[in-house]
Design a protein. Structure first.
Length: 261
């Protein structure tokens, strides 16, 4: 784990240096992230001019969920998306060999070592929206609630990694297959609590593509207090999805034919 952490830190440092060479991008990335988040907050404000509750969620709770979604989405955009953007193309042209031949964990090298540090602006703005939501609620979360939120957010990040890498790994069998649009559309449902969806879609977003564990449950813990059952369920889902993704990766690497094969 320490070796992976050092590798991750070195990769991020190199990416940050490259990003700071184009500082104008920082300004425009910040503006775009601010506009996107402002639109989401404005939508919440518009909805709550017509109702006091949305599927049992108040305006403050919705803001906390929106902020959590922005936080996790920014982290995903910073640390995961750059590596997976052309993953299928790497399989087709043999560039994946560069990761498989190095003396380090191949799945980490291939999926987590190209970063976009400027995307963290979205995460910082998300934290700001969470604070606004808590002020709207007029309450300070208990230490247990904050701890539950932090743990569930980490599990949500793990599940986000597992689902993204799992779908990308299907390119080992079908290099022309691209499910990025499908994954992006499913990820967008995390902007809202799963409670607003119908029963079958809610189950799908809890167990098949667990958006509930990625955004809804962390926000619930922060604004309503921790729930041991929810934490255990999220931990189980995180473990199952991670194990399935690692198995899929190993099976895919076995059938991979690269430039050096």
């Amino acid at each position: 784990m320490m070796r992976v952490a050092r590798l991750f830190g070195t990769a991020f440092s190199l990416s940050l240096r490259r990003a700071l060479a184009y500082r104008t991008n920082l300004f425009f990335d910040a503006v775009l992230a601010f506009v996107d988040l402002t639109a989401s907050v404005a939508t919440i404000g518009l909805v709550f001019t017509q109702t006091g509750l949305l599927a049992g969620w108040t305006a403050g709770q919705m803001l906390a969920l929106t902020g959590t979604y922005a936080l996790i989405t920014g982290l995903r955009a910073a640390f995961l998306d750059p590596s997976l953007a052309d993953f299928a193309q790497q399989i087709r042209d043999g560039r994946l060999d560069a990761y498989l031949l190095r003396p380090a964990n191949s799945v980490v090298l291939a999926t987590c070592t190209r970063h976009a540090p400027l995307a963290l602006v979205q995460s910082l703005l998300g934290v700001g929206v969470i604070i606004v939501g808590l002020r709207e609620l007029g309450r300070v979360p208990s230490p247990a609630a904050v701890t539950g939120w932090a743990l569930l957010t980490l599990i949500g990040l793990l599940i986000g990694w597992a689902t993204s890498v799992g779908l990308a790994a299907l390119a080992f069998w079908a290099p022309r297959l691209s499910l990025g649009v499908l994954h992006g559309a499913a990820w967008q449902t995390g902007r809202y609590p799963v409670d607003i969806y119908g029963r079958w879609l809610r189950r799908l977003l809890t167990f098949a593509f667990p958006v509930a564990a990625i955004t809804t449950w962390p926000a619930q813990s922060l604004t309503r207090g921790p729930d041991t059952g929810v934490l255990l369920t999220a931990t189980l889902l995180g473990g199952v999805f991670t194990a399935a993704t690692l198995l899929l990766w190993r099976l895919g690497v076995r059938r991979y034919t690269g430039a050096t094969s």
